[in-house]
Design a protein around this ligand. Structure first.
Ligand SMILES: Cc1cc2nc3c(=O)[nH]c(=O)nc-3n(C[C@H](O)[C@H](O)[C@H](O)COP(=O)(O)OP(=O)(O)OC[C@H]3O[C@@H](n4cnc5c(N)ncnc54)[C@H](O)[C@@H]3O)c2cc1C
Length: 401
């Protein structure tokens, strides 16, 4: 039996035999798997699931064991994904701790910082939020103005962040602050971690066009952070910020890549074609409207190409290649493809895709309206499509300025 086979056998014994005995029914909603300290979240059963998986390092399977991870290689991590999927188990933990600040700390944190923060991420004890954008620093992120001055072994923060996703649910923030206003703007930035449960931090919810409120404005009034929570050194935040953005873009690209891949594997076989037949009808076994048929085929082909490119990139990572600026390609293509898919679904459903509430629309139709509106934000968060094109031109294609 190979190592991978014996790993799969042991994992199955745990997931199929030991785990169910200790678990109640798991909630279907991903929002329940973000961990954190705020009351009412997460659901107690998902918290228990996270705890049991974390005991074996299975919430952060590829992180080193010394920081609470599973120490698994890429192949074993893939087996874990396959087994969770086979058993229809949700990921035990999601969130920015796992996909953004965790990998960044592994890259740039000191050993002490890793020991302090990573095990709490692995166990879902802290919910992390991102404090990058400001009213005058979005695409031009290096313009951040939130100031941080030193006072003993603390930094005192004043200023404002905006678009802080899940800010009102957050426990800790990773933030970019200005520690020096008299040098080149990138060189005056420091990357630090701060506890949000303090009087100097206030969050106000912003409501979106889709009806939900996924993000906040965050205000700092003499908020405090510890010098020991400065990552990679004072004035070196820009390097850390860019690395984290790479992880963020990978994550966003992955979200769409994974849903495309699972559709390709038949979990949602030709869903667009089925939808078109249902709403438009078929002629000779084909979608009746040739224009819609053409659009369905085009998106299906593009999704196939995207899934294969994602696979090639995953194989490269397995071979030891660290993804760099090309994460921008996945970000832009994945998010724009998803928007095209939503536009097409809208065209197929017609007025039935424009319901907000009440009778006359079924649940899927109502969800479609909100999902379509939410998809608009995907090409903005993590850096807009235009900014991704600039990065690709400069750092992937090596084009002149
Ligand atoms: C759903 C969502 C969640 C978010 N979550 C977070 C979060 O948790 N934390 C956080 O810090 N931020 C978050 N953001 C903010 C996001 O990172 C910014 O919105 C984004 O970086 C763009 O900045 P901006 O909104 O200030 O737009 P601007 O930078 O003002 O851009 C306006 C327009 O100008 C274009 N543009 C700007 N500069 C250039 C250029 N050099 N070349 C070509 N075109 C350009 C842009 O593409 C855009 O179309 C989130 C945003 C969204 C939509």
């Amino acid at each position: 039996m190979t190592d991978v086979e014996s790993f799969r056998r042991d994992l199955r014994a745990f997931l199929e035999r030991d785990l169910p005995e200790k678990l109640g029914e798991l909630p279907p909603n991903t929002a329940e798997y973000w961990g954190g300290q705020k009351p009412d979240l997460p659901h107690p059963n998902s918290a228990r699931y996270c705890e049991l998986m974390a005991e074996r390092g299975l919430t952060a399977p590829t992180w080193p064991k010394e920081y609470g991870g599973g120490g698994l290689d890429q192949q074993q991590a893939k087996v874990l994904q396959e087994e969770l999927k086979r058993l229809r188990l949700p990921p035990p933990l999601v969130g920015f701790g796992l996909v953004m600040i965790g990998p960044t700390l592994l890259q740039y944190g000191s050993d002490e910082q890793k020991r302090e923060h990573l095990p709490k991420i692995v166990r879902g004890q802290i919910r992390w939020v991102q404090g990058y954008s400001e009213p005058n620093a979005g695409s031009d992120l290096a313009a951040v103005a939130t100031s941080a001055r030193f006072e003993g072994d603390e930094l005192v923060l004043n200023g404002q962040k905006v678009w802080t996703s899940y800010g009102e649910k957050g426990d800790w923030m990773f933030a970019l602050v200005r520690t020096d206003a008299h040098v080149k703007k990138q060189e005056g930035i420091t990357f630090l971690l701060l506890n949000m449960h303090q009087p100097g931090v206030e969050t106000r919810v912003i409501k979106l066009i889709s009806g939900s409120s996924p993000f906040c404005e965050t205000f700092f009034t003499d908020a405090r952070a510890h010098v020991k929570d400065v990552i990679y050194g004072v004035g070196k935040g820009w390097t850390v910020a860019k690395a984290l953005l790479g992880h963020e873009r990978n994550m966003i690209g992955d979200v769409f890549g994974t849903s495309v891949t699972s559709r390709r594997k038949g979990n949602e076989k030709n869903a667009l074609g089925e939808l078109a037949r249902e709403y438009i009808g078929d002629r000779d076994g084909k979608v009746a409207d040739p224009v819609v048929r053409d659009r369905v085929s085009q998106i299906s082909m593009d999704e196939r190409c995207f899934a294969l490119t994602m696979q090639r990139s995953a194989d490269n990572v397995k071979a030891g290649h660290r993804p760099g600026a090309e994460s921008s390609i996945f970000k832009i293509y994945g998010t724009e493809l998803n928007q095209r898919r939503h536009e097409l679904m809208l065209a197929i459903r017609g007025p039935q895709a424009l319901g907000w509430s009440g009778p006359g629309f079924d649940e899927k139709e109502l969800a479609q309206t909100r999902d379509w509106l939410r998809s608009r934000g995907n090409t903005i968060e993590g850096g807009t499509s235009e900014v991704q094109l600039n990065i690709i031109a400069k750092h992937v294609l090596d084009l002149p300025d």
